[in-house]
Ligand binder design. Structure first.
Ligand SMILES: [Fe+2]
Length: 219
């Protein structure tokens, strides 16, 4: 990020897990959530320092952040906290980050940037999700959500459209996951030329990743 010096930065959501607020039969607790919020706030603040105050920054909230809203269905005392405090507690407001609720998207010069909602654990599930997204949004875009990487394209009389499913940047040893994870790490950069966004999808492997400029970054 420091080398790239972006003038725009997009987070595609699920930075919080909110496992303890999930609907999978866990008793709701606040302790774990407090830790998650601390990490999130620290990370966003660190990134803001790296990219500087002029980098326009967006955060499309994911279904995991949405868990905070759903918990209010059975813990109504959290309602005010979630509505008023979550963006603040995450560090979005302090770091001048514009955010959209889950399902929202940013139109960046015709490229849709959104968290995503489709997922399939089947082989090529991310590619299927990317196909569904390119159909839903009718053109090029970028999403996360599936934790897997894919890139699909179609060409029509209106041009060539590409959808990038980025993968994730989370740890792979989630305590609730059985066996070896089938997730993949990844991010993307882009440059704008002639008012068109040119996306470079960057896979991250065990040892690190290579930037489009040819520099290797160790994990
Ligand atoms: Fe998600």
């Amino acid at each position: 990020m420091g080398d790239y010096k972006p003038d725009k930065l997009f987070y595609v959501g699920d930075m919080l897990d909110l496992w303890s607020w999930s609907g999978f039969g866990n008793p709701p607790t606040e302790g774990d959530v407090t830790d998650e919020l601390d990490v999130c706030r620290e990370m966003l603040s660190r990134h803001r320092k790296i990219v500087g105050p002029d980098c326009e920054t967006f955060f499309t909230l994911g279904n995991h952040e949405e868990r905070a809203s759903r918990i209010t269905n059975f813990r109504p005392e959290f309602r005010a906290y979630v509505a008023r405090r979550l963006p603040e507690e995450m560090g979005l407001t302090d770091n001048s980050i514009r955010y959209l609720d889950w399902g929202g998207w940013v139109n960046y010069l015709g490229v849709t940037i959104t968290h995503g909602e489709f997922v399939s654990n089947a082989l090529y599930g991310a590619a299927n999700a990317a196909r569904r997204n390119i159909t839903k949004f009718g053109g090029s875009g970028i999403s996360g959500h599936t934790h897997r990487r894919a890139c699909v394209a179609f060409s029509s009389v209106r041009g060539t459209h590409t959808w990038y499913d980025l993968g994730c940047t989370t740890r792979m040893d989630q305590p609730w996951k059985r066996g070896k994870s089938d997730w993949e790490w990844g991010i993307a950069t882009s440059i704008v030329f002639d008012n068109q966004v040119h996306v470079q999808q960057i896979p991250i492997h065990e040892h690190g990743f290579a930037s489009p400029a040819g520099k290797f970054y160790r994990r």
